[in-house]
Design a protein around this ligand. Structure first.
Ligand code: WTA
Length: 630
């Protein structure tokens, strides 16, 4: 491939070119795709609106770029290897040609149910090939998919259905997770009591008993009956939305990040090929769930656009035992392996024995994503999984960025533990102080911004453009603000320090503290709550909740358990607080603002030197909180 970086000097050369002539740089990359009509202008933008358009007036369909463009060249190549939850069940291999026919057939089925271009379709499914088929079938007919992680509760699902006014839901009868069966369809039914959706299509996975509402619910295999396995892909504009993905921010309601067609397509393929240095014939495996952006960009779209063989894994790292990942690596001869620091730390706790049973010689590149990787986990990953010979790509990016922005190029950029190293060509980073002054030069620390658009950036938040503007483009003038703190060291390398806003990162999942507080406050005996993150050995950050309650009717233990259940019910088990401390009061300023800085310190275990507490309304509250610390 011509736009592939092969050397370090090549990287620097491309980087310079991408800054000096961004439009030429991206036009050259975009030219390798199939366009029904080429664009008129590469880029139109202002960050004030914000209004960003890439490949203006171009017409295309992303699935044609996965399938039709390449079927002659490699139709018989394996596109997807599916590895089930239970190692005794057979894995599946699906070629590009087979996947193409499945996507066409299912997209015809969607059309037969009245789903048309622009309609929103929620995908609430386990990690089975049909989930990828569902996404691609939506893209094929121009329906906007919104995948909701299947661990979210019915309330969280209903919020998302309502926010995007979904017309259909694609789901399964149940999910396997380790040795458990999860009743997914029941969650959908409950969510639909609070929202209206015309069509539910249910894929059979576990075979468990479910209710099917006539006139609304259809079996997946039945809607496929009689559908042709080919069709003509819908013509989409470059800037037509491809999908919405909900993510947490510092306010209570998750926001629907909107990605559009052409820019997302160009950037995910470009970043996938370069970062992982994927070579034809390689087997690539990303362990994320398709409910998160990593699953969108680097299980489905990026790899498939690049003609890669991508592994999709239904299970969990520790079932049936802590060697499961390594068994799958050996079984499918995985070459690139991409996972999250929380999984690495969890497996590290089992020692090296589960690894020693398997041959990991196929591995060439290791990846990390989702949260800062601590040095110890990095070294363990490098030594025991990569056998001290595989480069680690520590990839920094966000739901909003669509693709990886900062990362080593595997085997080319010299790495340093815990550093995401350098921006990809095309990405113009900027570090600012809290007032928005740019910190130039090396050895600086501040907030991470991007000063120039890149093709896969967020375009808007669904139904509320102002929110997109306020959240990302208003803090610092003329820049996209990431919400992350960063350090640039003496070599110019970037090290991400974590969120500087009220977002916490629990096992690589983003959680707004306000969202968790809102859920806690739903418990009828809760008067007020404040949630902060604290360092957690495995999860990276844990959730620490300070709660004021009416204690007259319950014991503390009962209340704590009830509050945990409430959060689980309203958001999902991933948001359950790790620690709940019942308090008499919260440290507030005279103007009524909670001083989270103090709460964070107590949660971290600091018991003296609380910093400036002169603005506190009642300093005694702090002592009480320290005494009751969990
Ligand atoms: C964090 C996941 C450090 C960061 C792709 C970001 C990271 C948030 C890294 C986005 C990394 C992601 N090093 N921190 N390599 N990757 N993050 O939207 O705080 O789920 O803002 O996207 O995860 O999380 P999101």
């Amino acid at each position: 491939m011509s736009d592939r970086i092969h050397t370090l000097s090549g990287y620097f050369y491309e980087y310079q070119k991408s800054v000096a002539e961004p439009e030429n740089f991206w036009a050259r990359i975009a030219d390798s795709f199939h366009w029904k009509k080429r664009w008129d202008k590469v880029l139109k933008w202002d960050f004030k609106g914000p209004n960003v358009q890439w490949f203006v007036n171009g017409k295309l369909n992303i699935t044609e770029n996965i399938f039709e463009k390449n079927l002659f060249a490699y139709g018989d190549r394996v596109a997807l290897i599916w590895e089930p939850n239970d190692p005794n069940e057979e894995s599946k291999k699906i070629t590009y040609k087979e996947l193409y026919h499945q996507v066409c057939q299912f997209s015809n089925a969607l059309k037969s149910k009245g789903i048309v271009k622009g309609d929103r379709v929620i995908i609430y499914m386990p990690m089975i090939p049909e989930a990828a088929v569902a996404m691609l079938a939506c893209a094929r007919i121009g329906a906007i998919h919104s995948v909701v992680f299947a661990g979210f509760s019915s309330t969280a699902l209903a919020d998302r259905i309502n926010d995007c006014e979904a017309k259909a839901i694609l789901t399964s009868d149940g999910n396997f997770r380790g040795n458990k069966k999860i009743a997914v369809k029941a969650v959908v039914d409950e969510a639909l009591e609070k929202s209206s959706v015309e069509t539910v299509i249910v894929c059979q996975r576990t075979g468990q008993d479910i209710e099917m509402k006539s006139g609304r619910d259809y079996w997946w295999h039945e809607v496929l009956e009689g559908q042709e396995d080919h069709n003509v892909a819908e013509e989409m504009d470059s800037e037509d939305p491809l999908f919405i993905l909900y993510t947490s921010g510092s306010t209570g309601q998750p926001k629907g990040v909107v990605h559009t067609t052409a820019g997302y397509m160009v950037y995910t393929k470009y970043s996938f090929e370069n970062v992982f240095q994927y070579a034809p014939g390689d087997v690539y495996w990303c362990t994320a769930d398709i409910g998160w952006i990593t699953g969108h960009s680097y299980i489905v779209y990026g790899p498939l656009l690049a003609g890669a063989t991508t592994v999709m894994f239904e299970g969990v790292p520790t079932y049936p035992d802590a060697g499961r990942f390594w068994q799958v690596v050996e079984k499918h001869q995985v070459n690139q392996f991409y996972t999250a620091p929380t999984a690495i730390r969890a497996l590290q706790a089992y020692g090296t024995e589960p690894i020693e049973k398997y041959n990991l010689d196929s591995l060439k590149v290791l990846g990390s994503v989702g949260e800062p990787i601590n040095e110890e986990a990095w070294r363990w990953y490098y030594t025991h999984i990569g056998q001290s010979r595989c480069p680690i790509v520590d990839t920094w990016w966000q739901t909003e960025t669509g693709g990886i922005l900062v990362s080593p190029i595997a085997g080319i950029t010299p790495t340093k533990p815990a550093f995401a190293t350098l921006p990809l060509p095309g990405i113009q980073l900027c570090i600012v102080d809290p007032e928005g002054n740019e910190l130039t030069g090396n050895s600086v620390e501040g907030n991470l911004c991007v000063r120039f658009p890149w093709p896969s950036m967020i375009r808007t938040t669904w139904g509320d453009h102002e929110r997109c503007k306020q959240t990302y483009f208003s803090t610092y003038k003329g820049m996209y603000f990431t919400g992350d703190g960063v350090k640039r060291d003496h070599d110019g390398y970037y090290r991400i320090l974590g969120r500087v806003d009220d977002v916490i990162n629990v096992s690589g999942h983003r959680m707004g503290t306000a969202e968790v507080e809102n859920a806690i406050n739903e418990h009828p005996l809760v008067i007020e709550s404040a949630v902060v993150g604290y360092p957690h050995d495995i999860k990276g950050q844990g959730i620490y909740a300070y709660v004021i309650c009416d204690m007259t009717h319950r014991t503390e233990e009962n209340l704590v358990n009830e509050i945990k259940d409430t959060v689980s019910k309203i958001i999902g088990p991933i948001a359950k607080p790790d620690k709940i401390q019942i308090v008499q009061g919260l440290p507030k300023t005279r103007s009524g603002k909670i001083m989270r800085r103090i709460l964070r310190k107590v949660a971290e275990g600091v018991t003296d030197n609380m910093g400036d507490t002169s603005t506190l309304l009642d300093p005694e509250v702090v002592n009480q909180i320290i005494e009751g610390r969990k």
